[in-house]
Design a protein around this ligand. Structure first.
Ligand code: C5P
Length: 221
């Protein structure tokens, strides 16, 4: 029998990461944070001082970058980039912006395709990203598209970063989120769009547990 997949796609700050991890834990399924792969390549490109316009170098960097996930059992898994724990660096806006630029290169997306599909292992997989339901796992039996207003997404990010002691302005974050949304939605390859068979959930004003229950109800009716 094929291994079931639940895809959770949506823009940054929609709550995908948190919801996906919680749902995966409740189901006892594996979890793929596909954004972390793009961010890891972005971070590795930064370490190597690569030019974000040098597509050839970025594609080679994608093949050369090893990404490992180490689950400490609770909360956010640690992400190792070429053996170095880069979890905190991966979460920065710099890494996000680099990831978004790199993610627009078709050869980079192609190079990461099989790596993502290999996460599909028993008893099941929760895959979080932008094109999980459309490109990577089009045959997934369960698909969710999560959204939230840009203002609410900026607020969530602001709170997250503030809690970590990172100083940012709400206004700056809102502008970055809108810019990244536009780039992710308008790129030629795998633009952010819901799969035709995805269930849409707008999480604006919803608390996390309510969203988790709604998603779980799809998988275990
Ligand atoms: O989800 P996250 O914010 O970590 O993703 C970072 C960037 O990686 C996104 O802005 C997007 O450009 C890219 N990405 C992608 N396809 C995915 C996951 C992320 O293009 N499946």
């Amino acid at each position: 029998a094929t291994v079931p997949v639940l895809t959770i796609d949506g823009p940054s700050g929609s709550g995908k990461g948190t919801i996906s991890r919680m749902v995966a834990a409740r189901l006892g399924w594996r979890y793929l944070d596909s954004g972390a792969l793009y961010r890891a390549v972005g971070v590795a490109a930064g370490w190597a001082d690569l030019d974000l316009d040098d597509h050839g170098a970025l594609v080679r960097c994608t093949f050369d970058t090893e990404v490992g996930f180490r689950d400490d059992g609770r909360g956010e898994p640690r992400v190792l980039v070429n053996g170095t724990d880069a979890t905190d660096e991966l979460r920065t806006e710099t890494a996000g912006a680099a990831a978004s630029a790199i993610a627009a290169i078709p050869e980079v997306r192609a190079a990461l395709k099989d790596r993502q599909r290999r996460f599909r292992q028993p008893p099941g997989l929760v895959a979080d990203g932008r094109d999980m339901g459309t490109v990577i796992f089009p045959d997934a039996p369960f698909k969710v598209f999560l959204t939230a207003s840009a203002e609410e997404r900026a607020q969530r990010r602001y709170k997250q970063l503030n809690d970590k002691g990172v100083s940012v302005t709400l206004d700056g974050l809102l502008r970055e989120i809108l810019a990244r949304d536009a780039r992710d939605a308008q790129r030629a390859v795998a633009p952010l769009r819901p799969a035709d068979d995805a269930v849409h959930i707008d999480t604006t004003g919803m608390d996390i547990d309510a969203v988790v229950e709604q998603v779980l109800a799809l998988v275990k009716p």
